[in-house]
Design a protein around this ligand. Structure first.
Ligand code: MN
Length: 332
């Protein structure tokens, strides 16, 4: 689908300093969209910075060899946010997903362009390109560059965009792996992206500690409804004992969904005392972002999440009944 990029291109022509940001606990799509946009704007001689609420996860550090991506430091950065005259929020469906940075930006009156593919995008901004049919935000960024300045897409940018497309399509296996997704992938390969290297950078760089943690977690899966529902808890102490980090649970919920018969998988992750992250993955029959939204979360139809200020046990007691209700309906 083609979108109206003219207002974005016009806005860029008159901006002096651009801020790029993506959601808390950033994924490959958000980060690669930022990196691609960063190099594109630099080539156009536009001053630009990337600041995110969360730190760059280790698995994506290969995307940023020049250490461009910075984590928001409220004390240091708050006072200078008004230097920016244009903000891009990339791959973000709701303002809560912008964390502390979002709270502080909301107090300023800076033009904001939102580029995203989450259904029910609730961000209020000056201009929005939101297309839930787009396989990844990176595809929308690609479309913008093609319209704005196709020559700008060099190997570095093509590689970054390919990362976003690959990770958001689950390496070209999820429902959103459309013909269009493959066409864009093909063009990015022609422009220099190397699929095998990129795959290996993202998915074949796991630490032993992560695998140890996965081993522990897999033994704790609880199956319900003849295995249609599979859920598991990751305790802070599990992570500690395995010597792993919080970031390294990425992909666990997808992995559990891959078990035969599982329709919905859920991870309850103890981030710290009274802070729990819940991740949902669905095979396609249960729309999990509807469940997530009841608790202030969100995401895609079949991949969603929530953050709760609860103990692990309370989070399980709160969220599981809702999921059971949804899964129970499958057997009726
Ligand atoms: Mn995305």
């Amino acid at each position: 689908m083609e979108h109206n990029w003219k207002p974005v291109i016009e806005k860029l022509k008159t901006s002096r300093k651009v801020l790029l940001t993506t959601h808390v606990n950033p994924d490959g799509d958000g980060l690669s969209s930022e990196i691609a946009m960063y190099y594109c704007l630099r080539k156009m001689d536009i001053e630009v910075e990337i600041i995110n609420d969360s730190a760059l996860p280790d698995e994506y550090s290969f995307l940023d060899p020049e250490n461009i991506i910075r984590q928001y430091d409220r004390e240091k950065d708050r006072g200078r946010l008004n230097q920016f005259d244009l903000i891009f929020t990339l791959d973000i469906g709701g303002v809560a997903r912008l964390g502390k940075l979002g709270e502080d930006l909301a107090l300023l009156n800076i033009s904001t362009i939102c580029i995203d593919h989450h259904p029910e995008n609730h961000i209020s901004c000056s201009y929005k390109i939101v297309d839930e049919k787009s396989p990844a935000t990176a595809c929308l960024i690609y479309e913008l560059m093609k319209q704005m300045n196709p020559e700008v897409i060099d190997t570095k940018i093509a590689e970054a965009l390919y990362v976003g497309l690959m990770t958001d399509t689950g390496s070209f296996r999820f429902e959103n792996t459309t013909a269009k997704a493959m066409e864009i992938a093909a063009e990015l390969i022609r422009l220099g992206a190397k699929p095998a290297d990129i795959f290996s950078n993202v998915y074949e760089n796991y630490t032993r500690q992560r695998m140890k943690l996965l081993g522990v977690v897999l033994q704790k899966i609880q199956y319900e409804f003849e295995g249609k529902l599979a859920w598991f808890k990751v305790l802070g102490s599990d992570i500690q004992e395995a010597g792993a980090t919080l970031d390294e649970v990425g992909g666990f919920t997808d992995f559990v969904r891959s078990i035969k018969g599982v329709e919905v998988s859920i991870m309850f992750l103890e981030v710290r005392k009274n802070r729990v992250r819940v991740n949902f993955r669905s095979q396609g029959k249960v729309i999990v972002n509807e469940i997530a939204r009841k608790f202030g979360g969100g995401g895609h139809f079949f991949a969603a999440g929530i953050s709760l200020n609860d103990t692990l046990e309370d989070a399980v007691d709160k969220v599981l009944p809702e999921v059971r209700n949804a899964v129970r309906k499958l057997s009726l």
